[in-house]
Design a protein around this ligand. Structure first.
Ligand code: FDP
Ligand code: ZN
Length: 267
């Protein structure tokens, strides 16, 4: 809640922003009626990691504000991710890093406290196309669809299984930390569709988590899908909507989607 208030105040006072939507706000918050941009953000992703001094971060996406909109009109936020002007996250780890795209590659900047600014430390990030690392909350396995179950079973089968190699698993339990690792060394991250609650087809939020990370991933040569659609092409119906997420190294995402396509074909 404190992170939300800090970011909300800074964006409102900047003058650039017409309205914001946040994971921690029920409704859109109007800012400067003359502002040119809409900003959606997850103020503190992985907030349960705060108590254990583990990775947390802020995720954001920026869209153009239509001229016709009233500052507190939520419908203006219902744009597909392909309309994003910029997206990124700030990772509060051993060093503080800003990862940003404006649609011309994905770039990583590191906070330099001596000089007080973010310095470009890794330009034009390229996510390796292949990987032998995946990130998924295995405790939800029994709730997944059959396609996801068999994909992960094949990863776990290792070098004597159908995928022919051993896979390693990592789970930070903060999307921002997992996606940062993927941008640095590749991997597949999934919070897939599960059957528990039909009102929640996934856990992650389209506007605050899935879209900005999809934009960063695609700009770094990776892929991002809901299982049956490119995440950035999803037409939102609600600012807080949740979506299934599969993203990361292109060949591994393709492999995972192959299981989904096969399952659809045999329905
Ligand atoms: P959190 O609820 O702590 O904010 O935002 C959702 C999220 O974290 C993601 O950052 C993270 O990947 C996921 O939930 C962790 O989910 P599990 O509790 O299933 O591990
Ligand atoms: Zn989050």
């Amino acid at each position: 809640m404190i992170s939300n208030q800090i970011i909300k105040d800074i964006l409102s006072e900047s003058g650039y922003v017409k309205a914001i939507s946040s994971e921690e706000e029920d409704d859109v918050v109007g800012c400067n009626p003359e502002g040119k941009y809409l900003v959606s953000f997850d103020p503190l992703d992985g907030s349960s990691n705060t108590d254990i001094n583990s990775l947390i971060g802020t995720i954001f996406s920026i869209f153009h504000a239509p001229q016709w909109m009233e500052p507190n009109d939520p419908s203006a936020f219902l744009q597909p991710g392909t309309q994003m002007v910029a997206a990124g996250y700030v990772l509060y780890g051993p060093s503080t890093m800003l990862t940003l795209t404006t649609g011309r590659g994905t770039h990583i900047y590191t906070l330099d406290k001596t000089h007080g600014g973010f310095l470009l430390t890794k330009g034009n990030v390229q996510v390796p196309q292949d990987t032998s690392e995946f990130a998924i909350n295995m405790s939800n396995q029994r709730h997944w669809e059959p396609a996801m179950q068999s994909y992960v079973a094949d990863l776990l089968a290792g070098d004597t299984g159908p995928r022919g190699k051993n896979y390693n698993m990592r789970w930070v339990a903060a999307m921002v930390g997992d996606i940062h690792r993927l941008l640095c060394r590749g991997g597949l991250f999934a919070y897939p569709y599960d059957h528990r609650d039909p009102k929640k087809p996934g856990k992650l939020r389209l506007m605050y988590e899935a879209n900005p990370m999809a934009f960063l991933m695609e700009q770094a040569g990776g892929m991002a899908s809901s299982g049956d659609q490119r995440i950035m092409e999803i037409m939102p119906t609600d600012i807080h909507q949740r979506v299934p997420v599969i993203m990361g190294s292109a060949n591994e995402v393709e492999a995972c989607l192959g299981y989904h396509q096969q399952a659809q074909a045999s329905e």
